[in-house]
Design a protein around this ligand. Structure first.
Ligand code: A2P
Length: 348
């Protein structure tokens, strides 16, 4: 009576965290399957101490699967998610393949769990940077209304996968050894030029669009409106890749509707908010840091300040593990909610 679960992209940066989150979940699991490309088929990984052999992903991999968590790139999701659903598996997809599809709920459980009721077999997990920002802003929006958001991100290389982590390490070593740094993946594996990330923040994540914004910035703008179900929230973003292995940091400026807020009130709201840990004590130099957030499921918020030049505007510093709340944990949390709400099945 537990679920038969498949992890697609099980060998990847997010996939290995999905496995870890599934080991810790309260979700009843009867069996688990690890899927990846042909390259890593035959590799043996663990689940709760037991050996599990990685298999190549094929349409038939999804026979007798109730829940499939995908994090193997958009192309893999586009190809195999429909096959999984057809065979009766509910898909939680961590890629951007279906996020803006009006028929697909885009869910952060702390913000819009009710959207799960609309699912038709597939639920999309939002972009990592969007998730941690909306976890921090939703409790403020609920109390005061949200007019405008201006965000600058400082994103870890693990968001671009295991090869990008290796690239940062190799370049750092080369730099320290006085050798030339070789860039082959970042800023965007799908773009023509590559630049070193070691000691060098790059203001490009994903490819550029005609507007001059990158696709990552576009995602933060449009996913925020969809998750908060409010097309009127004005959002603008600058997304920066920084030489950090895990956890994204964000500087968030926002303007609210209400004239009734204060720093103290916002701190109180954040300290009671689901999924949020307030770390805000400048006197003792307490604020969120990427190294402390890594390995944790929460979103850490600090540096709450009023804009000194504009009424009803404030600033936050928001940090979270991009592989956990930004990806693997949010996906497993969605599965837990589906189970709780008795929705973990493909609707007829
Ligand atoms: P593989 O190890 O076989 O390449 P990351 O985000 O760390 O780069 O990981 C990407 C994940 O997606 C890996 O688990 C990788 O498996 C998997 N993957 C890549 N291409 C495919 C594919 N065509 N079919 C299934 N899984 C894939």
């Amino acid at each position: 009576d537990g679920y038969r679960v498949a992890v697609v992209g099980a060998t990847g940066a997010v996939g290995t965290r999905m496995i870890q989150m599934l080991e810790e979940t309260s979700l009843p699991i009867d069996s688990i399957k690890y899927l990846a490309s042909k390259r890593s088929a035959g590799q043996v990984l663990k689940f709760k101490g037991q050996d599990v052999t990685v298999e190549e992903t094929t349409p038939d991999s999804f026979e007798n699967v109730d829940l499939a968590l995908f994090s193997a790139g958009g192309g893999v999701s586009k190809k195999f998610a429909p096959e999984a659903i057809k065979r009766g598996a509910v898909v939680v997809d961590n890629t951007s393949a279906f996020r803006m599809d009006p028929d697909v709920p885009l869910v952060v459980p702390e913000v819009n769990e009710q959207a799960l009721y609309e699912h038709k077999g597939l639920i999309a997990n939002p972009n990592c940077s969007t998730i941690q920002m909306v976890v921090a802003l939703e409790p403020i929006r609920k109390n005061y209304g949200l007019k405008k958001v201006v965000v600058t991100t400082m994103q870890a290389v693990s968001g671009a996968g295991n090869l990008a982590i290796q690239e940062l390490k190799d370049e750092t070593q080369a730099y320290l050894d006085g050798e030339e740094m070789q860039a082959g993946i970042l800023p965007a594996s799908g773009d023509k030029k590559h630049y070193p990330i070691a000691f060098n923040p790059l203001p490009q994540i994903d490819v550029f669009e005609d507007t001059g914004y990158t696709h990552e910035e576009w995602k933060m703008i449009h996913e925020t409106k969809k998750i908060m179900s409010d097309q009127d929230i004005q959002v603008t973003a600058t997304c920066v890749r920084v030489p950090v292995v895990v956890s994204h940091s964000e500087s968030v400026w926002f303007e609210i509707e209400s004239h009734d807020a204060s720093v103290k009130k916002i701190q109180n709201i954040l300290s009671d908010a689901p999924g949020v840990v307030l770390q805000d004590d400048p006197e003792h130099q307490i604020y969120p840091q990427a190294i402390n957030a890594t390995g944790k499921k929460d979103t850490f918020v600090g540096r709450v300040r009023a804009d000194l030049e504009q009424n009803n505007a404030f600033q936050l510093w928001v940090v979270s593990d991009n592989l956990l709340k930004g990806a693997a944990w949010n996906s497993v949390q969605i599965a837990e909610k589906l189970h709780e709400l008795d929705l973990l099945r493909v609707p007829k």
